[in-house]
Write a protein that binds this ligand. Structure first.
Ligand SMILES: Cc1cc2nc3c(=O)[nH]c(=O)nc-3n(C[C@H](O)[C@H](O)[C@H](O)COP(=O)(O)OP(=O)(O)OC[C@H]3O[C@@H](n4cnc5c(N)ncnc54)[C@H](O)[C@@H]3O)c2cc1C
Ligand code: SF4
Length: 486
């Protein structure tokens, strides 16, 4: 490794972000670039630990640990330290089709499994990934690389999220002719309509990759819903294999009194409309749910909820609160969450940092359950109560704390409580078997459904997950699909 004593001499240095109160004034990405020298210096902290865990993508009983695409992290850290940027870039591209996405939005399970992280702040792995790929684009090292020969086999991919695009990239490079079908008007899945622009720039970053994939020979057909505009049977006639990568897009609802009131929306409707209007009209059309001057309550404390908080703040909401039914995580790892597991600890994500800067406090309230929505036709408030988790017949269940019911003033509510699985219509049409959880039944590593020639990958198979897992599944399903085709 580069510098054997680097981890003793150099402290972890994070990216400097634009200040929360400044960045809520716009919709652009807000990370400030770090100097190349500073990245090299941070790479020197990688400590030659002997048995690195950062790249393992291991499935531990408590969840995944380490990088799910098995990025060769210690090797590229060494190259960065030595200034071998092009070598580091080539190595990174061997394991990750889209490091510019993960370098921005991945929660970095690699850092949770970094050996240095046992006693000291871990190596800034995610930032290194981000800088390697952005440096490569800047230097012009990334140009379209179409395969020299074609196999004559045709593959249809349904869904253009990270799973579908990673599968498309791999299968195209293997020489198959790939067409990606996407029902939305733009490709990218949740990279385009889901994760907001300030976290991942659509025109500069997502479109840049989409253009590259198309220049390499992949056909992307947007505004085409399989099962409606084109049937599965038609695809089966035209293509030698099909990969379903339709995501997990059925939102979990909250069927309490007042759910039908004007002002209660699913988070994805809010986020999609906002991004679409930003990209098409720079928000001049007013054709989106607007939180300006309103009290907003976001129900759900995950990534989607955080994105709603950040979006509402940029629209100029009067106030924003985020209700989470689970307990507040601890400040440091709990005994049942040891290294190298992903650390489930209290953090202020970007949206909460921004809300805290505006409102003085973290917008999240923990162990809060929504009982009903108030209002005549339009929403006026949320009735919520404090709960505690008690053990009942071997599992934890929520129990209301008497006397804690409160009314929270709200003209807008966003439901961000996760997703229950893929939409069923297209799967029924194809007679695809589903698992007990409602996802597509296809084993990890095999990815074949009950219908010969039809494969499944990404959130529609594993349930709502992460961009990096979608890339992992896209890469792996391509291998299986290729074995079927040749
Ligand atoms: C708001 C939000 C924020 C998130 N933030 C993060 C984050 O910061 N970091 C992270 O790692 N993960 C994040 N995630 C999770 C991550 O985005 C997903 O795990 C990932 O995008 C899944 O990829 P996928 O390709 O399986 O599906 P998706 O990205 O959901 O793509 C599926 C695509 O299939 C299309 N489709 C569906 N049915 C059809 C059909 N019948 N015909 C044609 N097309 C169809 C859909 O329109 C969609 O474009 C977030 C999720 C949400 C909802
Ligand atoms: S993809 Fe995610 S887990 Fe893997 S190196 Fe990048 S940030 Fe870490």
């Amino acid at each position: 490794m580069g510098k054997p004593t680097g981890f003793l001499e150099i402290n972890r240095e994070e990216l400097v972000d634009e200040l929360p109160l400044d960045r809520v004034q716009h919709w652009n990405e807000f990370h400030k670039p770090m100097a190349k020298k500073a990245i090299q210096c941070q790479a020197a902290r990688c400590m030659d630990c002997g048995v690195p865990f950062c790249h393992t993508g291991a499935n531990l009983p408590s969840g995944a640990s380490g990088c799910p695409v098995y990025n060769l992290i210690p090797d590229w850290n060494d190259m960065l330290y030595k200034g071998q940027w092009q070598k580091a870039f080539k190595l990174l591209m061997k394991t990750n089709n889209f490091p510019e996405f993960t370098g921005r939005v991945c929660p970095a399970p690699c850092e949770g499994a970094c050996v240095l992280g046992i006693h000291e702040p871990p190596v800034t792995i995610k930032n290194h990934e981000y800088f390697i790929i952005e440096h490569a684009f800047e230097q012009g090292w990334i140009t379209p690389n179409a395969p020299n020969t074609r196999t004559g086999k045709k593959v249809a991919i349904i869904g253009s999220g990270p799973a579908g695009l990673a599968a498309a990239d791999e299968l195209n490079q293997m020489g198959h002719s790939v067409t990606v079908y996407e029902r939305a008007d733009r490709a990218g899945g949740l990279l385009m309509y889901g994760i907001p622009n300030m976290k991942l720039d659509k025109q500069k970053i997502v479109d840049r990759r989409l253009q590259l994939l198309q220049d390499e020979g992949i056909e992307i057909k947007t505004s085409t819903e399989i099962g409606k505009d084109v049937s599965i049977a038609e695809l089966q006639k035209t293509y030698d294999a099909i990969v379903i990568a339709i995501g997990s897009t059925t939102p979990r609802d909250l069927p309490v009194e007042g759910r039908g009131l004007e002002g209660v929306h699913f988070a994805m409707d809010y986020l999609t409309q906002t991004t679409k209007s930003l990209l098409n009209f720079n928000h001049d059309d007013n054709n989106y749910i607007n939180a300006k001057g309103k009290n907003v309550v976001v129900i759900g404390g995950g990534d989607t909820g955080t994105d709603c908080v950040a979006t509402a703040l940029r629209q100029g909401c009067k106030s924003v609160k985020q209700l989470e039914i689970m307990p507040m995580p601890p400040e440091t790892r709990a005994d049942n969450n040891p290294w190298p597991e992903y650390p489930k600890i209290y953090k202020l994500d970007y949206g909460q940092q921004e809300a805290k800067a505006k409102q003085g406090v973290d917008p999240r309230a923990y162990e809060v359950m929504t009982k009903r929505f108030l209002g005549q036709d339009e929403l006026e408030g949320v009735v919520a109560t404090q709960i505690e988790w008690i053990k009942h017949e071997g599992r934890f269940v929520p129990q209301e704390v008497p006397g804690t019911e409160q009314i929270i003033e709200a003209e807008l509510v966003f439901l961000a409580m996760g997703f229950t699985g893929p939409e069923q219509a297209v799967l029924k049409q194809a007679s695809i078997n589903l698992s007990e959880q409602g996802n597509i039944e296809a084993n990890y590593g095999d990815f074949t459904t009950n219908v010969p020639g039809i494969f499944a990958a990404g959130d529609c198979r594993r349930g709502q997950s992460l961009v990096v897992w979608a890339i992992n599944e896209g890469r792996a399903v391509a291998q299986k699909c290729n074995s079927y085709l040749i």
